[in-house]
Design a binder for this molecule. Structure first.
Ligand code: 2RA
Length: 329
């Protein structure tokens, strides 16, 4: 099993390597791939030294699986080349997510859609993954009609330069501004660029990807995505209206029985999810589960996950694990 990590020197790429090691992924050869400026760089991993190679070299090495986290344009340009060489690509960018010929996969929900023919598989957006993992069992039981989500997103979602801006602000040091405004002691109601409808790309990803992953275009979604000075993960306040009524305790039980979900919900002990404590973990954490008393058949919940793990690297590797376990590569 030859596996390539494309974007190996980036934030998500580094977490991918960590997760591959933690989960003891069954590879026999690891190929680290990055842009030309990083080619030749030696990265030590699991006691072995790996020399970073360029994209064409990696294509020619014919990996079985390539885990991409290298930006949308690189995915558009290179995923087809890897696929043509026989490699199955699992891509973290938004490039292929809404392509009707590509699968958009959260393994606990829809990995069973995958076949040997899927040579480019899309990993959903981080803020979508954590939300749909909690919604999926509830949709099955009570039928989701409408979702209103407000996100409180970690600066790691923007990348290492955003973390550097935050640290510079805290230290009182002048430096590059990734965001239009200071992020320290601030909330910026903009994640990614604005679209003509006044929503950001991040908000529209939540709208569109949710329908695709849950295979239900009737689900109405509206979103407000906010950047906050946090590094551990994304938090989301989710209000969901169902077709049918529910019992809050039954909701808690359903969620606690869902693979990949941990319920943290006890007001007596002030137990609820927080990004500081979700950081470095692979689960999606759900709490503040309560009925919306302003509208029938409607629930509020608070969802937190490490956006670099379940939101990106871990979900990608879980897709790869599924492919291997089901002889699809
Ligand atoms: C963000 N979800 O948080 C986007 C991309 N990682 O900025």
């Amino acid at each position: 099993m030859k596996i390539a990590v494309v974007g190996a020197t980036g934030m998500v790429g580094e977490i991918m390597l960590k997760v591959l090691e933690e989960r003891n992924f069954p590879y026999t050869e690891l190929i680290l791939v990055a842009s030309e400026k990083s080619v030749g760089k030696v990265i030590e991993f699991k006691g072995q030294k790996h020399t970073v190679v360029g994209l064409q070299t990696a294509v020619d090495m014919k990996a079985d699986i390539a885990l991409f986290s290298a930006g949308g344009q690189t995915s558009l340009d290179w995923a087809p080349k890897f696929a043509a060489a026989g490699t199955t690509v699992i891509d973290n960018s938004s490039a292929w997510r809404m392509d009707p010929t590509k699968k958009l996969v959260v393994p606990e929900i829809n990995a069973n859609q995958l076949t040997k023919e899927d040579k480019i598989i899309a990993n959903p957006n981080c803020s979508t993954i954590q939300m749909v993992l909690a919604l999926a069992p509830l949709h099955k039981k009570y039928n989701v009609k409408r979702v209103i989500v407000s996100t409180y997103q970690s600066i790691t979602g923007t990348g290492v330069k955003a973390v550097q801006q935050f640290e510079n602000e805290v230290a009182g040091v002048k430096g590059d501004m990734v965001y239009k405004y200071e992020i320290n002691r601030n909330c910026i109601p903009q994640c990614d660029v604005f679209e003509p409808n006044g929503y950001t790309k991040e908000e529209m990803k939540l709208v569109k990807e949710t329908k695709k992953i849950l295979s239900d275009d009737s689900i109405k979604v509206t979103a407000t995505a906010v950047r906050v000075p946090v590094v551990g993960g994304h938090s989301e306040a989710v209000n969901v209206e169902f077709s049918n009524d529910f019992d809050v305790n039954e909701v808690r039980t359903l969620l606690s029985q869902t693979d990949g979900v941990t319920v943290q919900d006890n007001l007596d002990t002030f137990t609820y999810p927080m990004p500081k404590y979700a950081e470095g973990k692979n689960d999606v954490f759900v709490g503040r589960i309560r009925r919306d008393e302003s509208q029938e058949n409607t629930l509020n919940m608070w969802i937190v996950a490490d956006n670099l793990r379940k939101g990106a690297a871990t979900n990608t590797i879980q897709i790869a694990e599924y492919l291997v376990a089901n002889n699809l590569v």
